[in-house]
Design a protein around this ligand. Structure first.
Ligand code: GDP
Ligand code: ZN
Length: 402
């Protein structure tokens, strides 16, 4: 990282909303601890103590994590000439095969993609990206110059080439995982996979359980499955797009944020968007048009500003997540509620599966970590290790996705 890049990342860090900063610093503290433990492990206890270089601070680690996230995006080099009169900057609101639409202060600009960005567009460009563009011949046309480093993202393996990443949305503050009760019934395993992906990408996860009007009166048993998530500090909102219950809670949770709504089709994502902002009625029409995929669209995500100022990115193509491009370490890191305990495991590289004196397993047995979350961790890790299981967690076929 050169000095200019570091300054840019530091600015990104200082501009982060408070909740995101807190999350990032927690992650940074865990990474720092992990690095210290790894170093200790490689030190020979018989060696005389050496003068050691000072440890990186938690802030340094936070910067490192932001830089890594930015690096996921190859095109994300900082603008070398930010003061130039001819380059402009804006927010990517939709992405096509050869062009994208950029919102520059309310003005929509259609920008051509360079062949190299177009070739790896799923990785390099996503709705929510901040991008630099410039006028290009013929007059009146523009072209995308580069994509700026991302603060956060939500990504998954490319369904066609699992070794490649497909970025679904960029720079979201929160991901609202929408589920429903009764029809379709609550499906915690899908929540679990989304959570791993959201934690990895750095956004705040929010669970919104819709259709609570369908619950039999006085019977909350289906909702009990959400308790483990509440216990680890994830906000769970009970709502009904039909009756309006919980809609104000949802509005408050996303106020001022850029967020993506994800979840199975039929759980009520479009209905919730409409309930949040009835004037979206028209815009939701646009969303369903995106479902049909015009010939220019390869990503059906689109961004809408709703009443109250939140930006909502609708992701119609995403119904499920495969996690098969993640290493066991990456899966482990995504269970952030384990981090207060990992330091007490006997082995530095404890997988928390079978090792003696594992503090994470002990915490789960004592109820300090919800046992359901520990079991989810075991399941996801074991599934990731076996090809046959990977089949089971492959994404469902997606409407118009490819
Ligand atoms: P999406 O595919 O996730 O965008 O789901 P939709 O918004 O299209 O909703 C799917 C179906 O569920 C529609 O028939 C809606 O009328 C219905 N629906 C959505 N929200 C609610 C709700 O809160 N209660 C009930 N009873 N039905 C709902
Ligand atoms: Zn352990």
């Amino acid at each position: 990282m050169n000095k200019h890049q570091r300054t840019q990342i530091e600015k990104l860090l200082d501009d982060l909303p408070k909740t995101e900063r807190v999350r990032l610093f927690k992650q940074a503290a865990a990474r720092r601890l992990e690095a210290q433990r790894a170093r200790k492990k490689h030190e020979d206890p018989d060696d005389p103590p050496r003068a050691r270089t000072k440890d990186d601070t938690v802030r340094d680690w936070a910067i490192k994590i932001l830089a890594e996230r930015a690096q996921q995006n190859d095109g994300a080099r900082p603008d070398p000439n930010p003061d130039s009169q001819t380059v402009h900057r804006g927010l990517v609101v939709s992405v096509g095969r050869r062009s994208c639409l950029i919102d520059d202060d309310g003005r929509l600009e259609s920008c051509l993609l360079s062949p190299d960005i177009a070739a790896r567009q799923h990785e390099l460009l996503a709705v929510g990206d901040e991008a630099i563009y410039e006028p290009a011949p013929p007059p009146g046309r523009s072209r995308l110059v580069r994509v700026l480093p991302r603060r956060t993202s939500l990504s998954r393996p490319d369904p066609r080439q699992p070794s490649r990443t497909r970025v679904i949305v960029a720079n979201i503050d929160a991901v609202v995982i929408v589920v429903s009760v009764v029809a379709p019934a609550l499906h915690p395993r899908l929540i679990d996979r989304y959570l791993v992906a959201v934690q990895r990408g750095g956004a705040e996860p929010i669970i919104c359980v819709n259709k609570i009007d369908q619950l039999p009166p006085g019977d909350r048993s289906e909702l009990e499955q959400l308790e483990p998530y509440r216990r680890i500090g994830i906000r769970v909102i009970e709502a009904s797009a039909e009756t309006g219950a919980g809609i104000e809670d949802l509005r408050a949770a996303i106020a001022g944020k850029t967020c993506a709504f994800v979840g199975h089709s039929g759980v009520g994502k479009s209905s919730l968007a409409n309930a949040l902002d009835p004037s979206l009625g028209v815009k939701v029409g646009t969303i369903s048009e995106a479902h049909r995929r015009g010939q220019h669209t390869t990503t059906a995500s689109s961004l809408h500003v709703i009443e109250g100022g939140a930006k909502v990115i609708d992701t119609p193509g995403v119904r499920s997540f495969s996690l098969d491009n993640l290493s066991p370490e990456q899966i482990r890191e995504a269970f952030t509620e384990f981090s207060p305990f990992v330091d007490d495991c006997r082995y530095n590289d404890c997988t928390h599966l079978h090792e003696p004196k594992c503090a994470v397993r002990a915490a789960a047995e004592l109820g300090q970590i919800p046992i359901e979350r520990y079991e989810t961790y075991r399941r996801i890790l074991t599934e990731a290790a076996t090809d046959t299981a990977t089949e089971r967690i492959r994404p469902l076929p997606e409407s118009g996705d490819d």
